[in-house]
Design a protein around this ligand. Structure first.
Ligand SMILES: [Zn+2]
Ligand SMILES: [Zn+2]
Length: 492
């Protein structure tokens, strides 16, 4: 007997680079995998990054059901932003249903995977991942983590990558990432040999780390690119991607031709350009409090007399508190999300302690107004639009945890740095984006897969990360309930 489904995650390996380098013959394992089977883009319409993307894979539902968007989130009931915890994940991993239906599963370093208290198989979390959720390696059964670390070591790059206080040394960092890949391959080959798994899933983090920190060495168009460094060290992304491809080749040698193999990347990587640093200042310019003359007055007028009276009667008792709390007094404000999209939250009554916007029509009108105004933002110097489009999260995700999500996503145009925002309504807001990371995420991931009977070169289209779990379920003959994702027809 052999493993039936092998799922290899390449965290944030860029789809464009993977395709280009595979086609050029630099990633032979991925090239032969896509030639023998199928490949395609995994759409990320929620523009979620690390947390949200992995939570979608793990739970096979959308963000309004799993509740994860960012490593720091604001939860209803408070204006405080805090780090997410494993128990903030509000949906159950899809493999729990496989386990309950008697399938043997092995989950190795799947980011955001909560540690099970009962599982027909094994789960190792936060051994070599980016970033860690538990701050230490944990497992089911509990003794597995100690065994793995004693035999295969620990991650030498995690602390430098996550708590970066000084510039990383490129050769040391790349060597550390390569060592981690080699340790993981040895460990995976060991576990694959121990028994016949129905599902064996493993994730490699390295493309994620190198992309965030050394994109500028890869990208000659990046403002921090130094041709001398590139000449001396070569392309660090290409080096790490090749090491990952070697790892895939070594693992594929251990599985039979009958094993369905899916290799996926959660997100892409590109230059770290964003307008997030300007967003809250823009919102403040658009802000109006009742009785003042600013942009939201027209919305206030459109709300309707009765709604206004209701709103005022609610607002008055909180007047002191509104003054005391900078966010409590706002109609809408920016929260952390990721560099792809700025996130706007409406300060709705019932959602926050000093919520001052009525749910329903008033909130919708405010969102319409903001959507229109934010879509108009341009670079102050040359008039180039800086916003690609603005989306309402309620248009693509629904569920019991919708209020954890922002209301609007301002998807930036990211082909160059954004240092100003201007519109007739707001005037000009300026500021440079300060970050230690030269690379950040682009929305879409990618899937490459082979299974017996699939026609070589099969296109995989219209799939999302949350479709992978249901696809695995279908391949293993399991009925999985309550999932939003659907089996990918080309594979299951
Ligand atoms: Zn990231
Ligand atoms: Zn990292």
């Amino acid at each position: 007997m052999s493993t039936k489904v092998l799922l290899i995650g390449l965290d944030s390996a860029d789809p464009h680079l993977l395709s280009t380098w595979a086609a050029a013959g630099d990633l032979p394992a991925l090239r032969s995998l896509s030639a023998a089977g199928g490949s395609g883009i995994l759409k990320n319409e929620a523009y979620v990054a690390d947390q949200g993307a992995w939570a979608g894979l793990v739970t096979a539902v959308g963000p309004a059901k799993h509740g994860f968007t960012h490593h720091r989130q604001m939860f209803p009931g408070s204006y405080e932003t805090r780090s997410v915890r494993s128990d903030d994940l509000r949906a159950v991993p899809f493999w729990m249903q496989l386990s309950a239906q008697g399938r043997r599963v092995a989950l190795i370093d799947t980011p955001r995977a909560p540690v099970a208290t009962d599982l027909n198989g094994i789960l190792l979390a936060d051994w070599i991942v980016h970033p860690r959720l538990y701050r230490q390696t944990v497992s089911y059964p509990a003794e597995l983590s100690a065994e793995i670390q004693a035999t295969y070591g620990t991650d030498s790059t995690a602390a430098a990558c996550e708590h970066r206080t000084e510039p990383l040394d490129l050769p040391t960092f790349v060597a550390g990432l390569e060592a981690g890949i080699r340790s993981k391959v040895r460990m995976v080959c060991d576990l694959l040999g121990r028994e016949a798994w129905d599902l064996f899933a493993v994730t490699f983090k390295e493309a994620h780390c190198i992309g965030h920190h050394f994109w500028h060495v890869h990208d000659s168009g990046h403002p921090s690119h130094d041709p001398h460094v590139r000449q001396t060290f070569g392309d660090p992304l290409a080096q790490v991607y090749r090491a990952t491809d070697d790892a895939i080749a070594a693992i594929l040698e251990r599985v039979s031709a009958e094993t369905t193999v899916m290799v996926f990347t959660t997100l892409g990587m590109g230059p770290n350009y964003t307008g997030n640093h300007l967003l809250d200042a823009v919102l403040l310019r658009l802000e109006e409090k009742p009785g003042t003359t600013s942009a939201l007055r027209s919305v206030w007028r459109r709300v309707g007399y009765r709604a206004r009276v209701r709103l005022w009667s609610r607002l008055r008792p909180f007047a002191q508190r509104l003054r005391d709390s900078s966010l409590g007094g706002r109609s809408a404000f920016a929260v952390e999300y990721n560099e792809m999209a700025g996130a706007v939250v409406v300060n709705r009554r019932g959602r926050f302690p000093s919520g001052c916007v009525e749910p329903g029509a008033a909130s919708d009108e405010l969102c319409d107004f903001l959507q229109e105004e934010l879509s108009r933002l341009v670079d102050a110097d040359d008039g180039t639009p800086i916003v690609d489009h603005v989306v309402r999260t309620k248009d693509f995700t629904d569920g019991p945890h919708r209020d954890v999500l922002p209301d609007l996503l301002v998807v930036w145009r990211r082909d160059r740095p954004i240092a100003s925002a201007a519109s007739p309504r707001i005037g000009v807001v300026r500021g440079a984006y300060a970050t230690r990371r030269s690379g950040s995420h682009t929305p879409d991931g990618m899937l490459l897969a082979r299974r017996l009977g699939i026609a070589p070169g099969t296109p995989i289209s219209g799939a999302q990360l949350m479709d992978i779990g249901p696809t695995v379920g279908a391949l293993l003959g399991c009925q999985l309930d309550g999932l939003e994702g659907r089996p990918i027809t080309a594979l299951a």
